[in-house]
Design a protein around this ligand. Structure first.
Ligand SMILES: *Cc1c(COP(=O)(O)O)cnc(C)c1O
Length: 380
């Protein structure tokens, strides 16, 4: 069997092991240390957000943001439906009610119009939502200025899920820097990785200090262990921050490679569409720069001789190549289907006809040959 081509596999640079060796040599093998602080400075510098807390995951970052915004039982939190479950799960950790919002067609992210309807629904039910969580899915920036303007109008803080979009920007301003909080993920499949990890970003220094405090078991300042709040064990280890330091050195190269993947797919599908198919890729909106974490396509069988995205996925699978349907919206998930939803069927339709293509920054010529063979066989 030929080696497996993954949707998005880790791509390590040259410096990571050097940083890790430094952690070992200095015996900083702890959930704090100079590499954690260094990684936080790098993240802050890159995103243009004043402060960053390096954490054990992106999910932990969302959870801490919601805790600091006071999200509790009986609160509403508005969340993009078209996302990965990790965006919504922390709302339930706090016992609050997620209110899901559909996507718009241009960026596939939170629809500002439906967002406003969801806010009005919460207000009519006597509760101001405690947070709005938009996502820049697949590294495509959402209409974040419109979303923030609506949230501001109703005085609701924005927690920007930039887990998939590190390096993407709108008018040159980085995703993750628009809301009260931004969150990043360094899971193994993301554009850069620490094998597992995340970060919380904010311009508010006090909030980031508080996040670090909560993430290290909420230990009060005393010689003994003293606690006046519930804490969490959410800090990133100094060893893993070493991987992060190395990965930050190659982040721009990784973005360049992912954007080249998109162009290569676009070239393939142009040829395929010239043969009577109509497969579409997602263009960037004006003034927006996508990191192209994953290249995605829409394959409407009515416009493609009956060929479905599932047929293409299975053809890839038969060649040991991973492809994955677009994320199934949260309001259609068994665990979330009874919560309020505002929108139409945009996200649902994307899920039904969309596919994520292999998009690693380390695809080689042989991998591409295998991928293109499948594409040109399925779409003859
Ligand atoms: C990966 C991801 C997360 C969660 O990050 P982890 O580091 O895996 O906990 C949150 N939101 C989105 C959209 C993601 O893709």
């Amino acid at each position: 069997m030929k080696h497996k081509i993954f949707l998005s596999s880790p791509h390590i640079g040259h410096k990571e092991q050097e940083y890790i060796k430094n952690a070992f040599d200095t015996n900083w093998i702890a959930p704090l240390g100079p590499l954690v602080s260094g990684f936080e400075k790098e993240l802050s510098g890159y995103t243009g957000v004043k402060h960053a807390a390096a954490l054990s995951s992106g999910t932990a970052a969302i959870h801490l943001a919601l805790i600091m915004l006071g999200v509790k039982n009986d609160d509403f939190v508005i969340c993009q439906s078209f996302t990965f479950a990790a965006t919504a799960n922390p709302i339930r950790y706090q016992g609050a009610t997620p209110v899901f919002v559909d996507s718009e067609k241009e960026t596939w992210n939170m629809c500002p119009k439906h967002l406003e309807n969801a806010i009005l629904f919460c207000l009519e039910n006597g509760k101001r939502p405690k947070a709005v969580i938009p996502v820049h899915l697949y590294g495509m920036p959402a209409k974040i200025n419109d979303i923030v303007a609506i949230a501001d109008k109703y005085d609701i803080p924005v927690v920007e899920d930039a887990a998939e979009s590190l390096g993407a920007s709108v008018n040159g301003k980085q995703t993750g820097s628009f809301g009260k909080f931004g969150i990043l993920s360094f899971n193994g499949n993301k554009i850069i990785t620490t094998s597992g990890g995340g970060a919380l970003l904010s311009d508010d220094e006090e909030l980031i200090k508080k996040a670090r405090f909560l993430a290290t078991q909420a230990r009060d300042n005393a010689p003994h262990y003293q606690h006046s709040q519930i804490g969490y064990n959410y800090r990133l280890s100094n060893v893993l921050a070493g991987i992060g330091m190395g990965q930050m050195e190659v982040l721009n190269e990784r973005i360049e490679n992912r954007r080249k993947n998109f162009e290569r797919y676009q070239h393939c599908f142009n040829q395929i569409n010239n043969k009577g198919y109509n497969i579409s890729l997602l263009p960037e909106a004006e003034n927006s720069f996508a990191n192209r974490w994953l290249t995605t396509v829409l394959i409407n069988p009515d416009e493609n001789k009956g060929i479905t995205r599932e047929k293409l996925r299975l053809a890839f699978e038969a060649e040991n190549i991973e492809a994955r349907p677009l994320w199934k919206p949260m309001h259609l998930q068994p665990v979330f289907q009874n919560f309020p939803y505002f929108g139409e069927r945009t996200a649902e339709n994307l899920f039904n006809i969309g596919l994520c293509l292999p998009s690693g920054s380390n695809l080689n010529d042989d991998d591409w040959r295998r991928i293109e063979n499948v594409l040109f066989e399925v779409f003859e």
